[in-house]
Design a protein around this ligand. Structure first.
Ligand SMILES: [Ca+2]
Length: 326
């Protein structure tokens, strides 16, 4: 397959670095580059170090920074993480606040942080967490969301993210696309009807057209997202729900036989036939009915195909035995 090279070489940056105290304390506050004006920065010490690093290429207008000092008497507003929420308003020493993330997002850091005072210095320990859309994972629970990494921001390049959705065995999985936008022809979302990528491929999805809702035939669904080394779109936001199974499980095949019928819904029938030279043992036709457990199940056990020759040998042995006795 042809792969494109990135259209520009990795840009060399000019960076502004800000530390709380001298750099040797290793308490970085912020690293800034580009042209977005960052939010205000607050130190916890009475010293701030600002370092400006430039490379050999391209110069722009630079920066202007305004600063002021104030006497700290409490911790600063710990903020609310993007795609998450905060519980608690306290900012006094020993006050704690907790954080949680919106469905589909994972907390990075500690959910509980505490305001610490050391002499005139007030700070949160540990630092406030963030909420990120993870790259893959095992998803359980009767409903939930699957988000492309970094959603709603563009997903990273060269990512392999795999999700396994597993619900209770009486249920199947219904997956709805809330939003979907990935680079056509180069980035893909593969969805499999089973617990891994060796299961039946339901589809490989790409581009920005919202796919129809899809359903698994078992209680597992496997999603594999692959992005190439360049160009990212916003990705996807999917919602899954466990749905009571309305069909029987795939009854499989029989050794030395064939099956007719591929519909496993309630009321459907499948019929087994044995190859020439084999005899069917049991009932040839199974019907999907509502079982005693209120779940669809086949009304009979699957038949088997027995070799005639084997049967014949058994009779022959019987004759010899018969001959010896009398
Ligand atoms: Ca791409």
């Amino acid at each position: 397959m042809l792969r494109r090279q990135p259209s520009e070489p990795e840009a060399s940056h000019d960076i502004l670095k800000v530390w709380d105290g001298p750099p040797e304390n290793e308490m970085p506050l912020k690293e800034v580059s580009g042209s977005l004006v960052p939010e205000g920065i607050h130190s916890t010490l009475n010293i701030v170090t600002i370092q400006f690093e430039t490379d050999f290429y391209i110069t722009k207008s630079g920066f202007a920074i305004d600063f002021s000092s104030s006497l700290a008497t409490a911790c600063r507003d710990p903020g609310i993480p993007m795609n998450g929420s905060r519980n608690g308003e306290g900012r006094e020493p020993d006050d704690s606040v907790t954080f949680s993330c919106d469905p589909g997002y994972e907390l990075q850091g500690e959910s509980r942080i505490t305001c610490i005072q050391v002499e005139n210095r007030y700070y949160w320990q540990p630092s406030p967490p963030s909420c990120i859309a993870p790259c893959g994972g095992n998803v359980t629970g009767s409903s939930g969301f699957i988000l492309s990494p970094n959603y709603p921001h563009p997903y990273p390049h060269s990512k392999d993210c795999d999700w396994l959705i597993a619900v209770h065995s009486d249920y199947v999985i219904s997956l709805a696309f809330i939003s979907f936008s990935i680079e056509p022809n180069y980035d893909f979302l593969y969805i499999y009807d089973g617990p891994d990528s060796s299961a039946h491929l339901i589809g490989s999805f790409q581009d920005s057209k919202l796919p129809e809702k899809i359903e698994s035939t078992s209680n597992f669904m496997y999603l594999a997202f692959r992005s190439d080394g360049t160009v990212s779109y916003t990705g996807f936001h999917l919602e899954y729900k466990a749905k009571l199974r309305e069909a029987c499980f795939d009854p499989g095949n029989v050794m030395n036989g064939t099956r007719i019928g591929a519909d496993y819904k309630l009321g459907s029938m499948v019929t087994f036939h044995c190859e020439a030279g084999y005899l069917l043992q049991g009932y040839s036709t199974l019907t999907c009915v509502m079982g005693n457990s209120k779940r669809p199940e086949w009304d009979r056990a699957k038949p088997t195909c027995q070799g005639k020759r084997q049967h014949f040998c058994y009779v022959t042995v019987g004759v010899i035995h018969f001959g010896r006795t009398f």
